[in-house]
Design a protein around this ligand. Structure first.
Ligand code: SAH
Ligand code: DHB
Ligand code: MG
Length: 223
């Protein structure tokens, strides 16, 4: 098995059960045209996020890392009428591209992109009393994944989900001696969650257009 096969299978899935549409294609094209890195979730992963939003009956979603708005659009579409998604993005140029694509997709009443480093935006969210959230998707700077998780855990309702992308990192998750801080952060998160009674979690390894990685899914207990 090689990357070519992984990509071909993702393309098959994207051409069948996880099909895109004009607005999603436009979002990807706008991001590409503006020079954004092509690191959005793959179509099958995006479809999974949609299914998770529906499975928990989410009305309120928080996202860390907007990029061009691809995952925001997918999750927002899975929300019921009156649902709301807040997405945090450090890069103002990326946020502008995302906001335009979100508007084109007819979702500007549903999705709010906030600009700034997420850790600096969180106190403002706190003050406004937003949340509790039904689902939190963590997909920003990877060294801070444990910090975002920590904050999210106190603000996600019982029965809600916290999902973190890019935790397997080409398999380096298993390397105790890894000197990559992003990998160290994912290892620390897993070790912390092993002793955290408030969540039940697992990590699923993935292959696909984005290579070899994986995501963590944590269910907040008590729901
Ligand atoms: N969720 C997106 C992909 C996000 S890529 C999708 O699947 O479509 C990661 C994003 O996190 C990038 O846009 C990057 O600019 C942003 N980011 C990096 N550091 C950040 C920080 N400290 N706070 C908020 N966003 C950050
Ligand atoms: C990167 C970020 C992501 O969210 C991702 O899915 C893949 C790569 C990155 O920062 O390189
Ligand atoms: Mg990611």
């Amino acid at each position: 098995m090689d990357q070519e096969t992984f990509s071909a299978v993702d393309e098959f899935i994207a051409g069948t059960v996880a099909a895109d549409d004009q607005e999603l294609r436009a979002a990807v094209e706008a991001a590409e045209a503006a020079g954004l890195p092509s690191i959005q979730v793959s179509p099958p992963q995006g479809k999974l996020l949609q299914l998770l939003v529906r499975l928990v009956g989410a009305r309120t979603v928080l996202e860390f890392g907007t990029l061009g708005g691809y995952s925001s659009i997918l999750m927002a579409r899975a929300l019921p009428l009156g649902g709301r998604l807040i997405s945090l993005e450090a890069n103002p140029e990326y946020a502008a591209v995302a906001s335009a694509s979100i508007e084109r997709a007819g979702l500007s009443e549903v999705v709010e992109v906030r600009v700034g480093p997420a850790l600096e935006l969180l106190p403002g969210l706190e003050e406004e009393g937003v949340g509790p959230f039904d689902l939190v998707f963590i997909d920003a700077d990877k060294v801070n994944t444990p910090n975002y998780f920590d904050w999210a855990l106190d603000r996600t309702r019982p029965g809600g989900l916290i999902v973190a992308d890019n935790v397997v990192r080409n398999g380096t998750l298993a390397e105790s001696g890894s000197d990559d801080p992003a990998t160290g952060a994912q290892r620390q998160l897993h070790e912390t969650l092993a002793d955290e009674p408030r969540v039940s979690a697992t990590t699923i390894q993935t292959v696909g257009v984005k290579g070899y990685d994986g995501f963590l899914i944590a269910l907040v207990e008590g729901g």
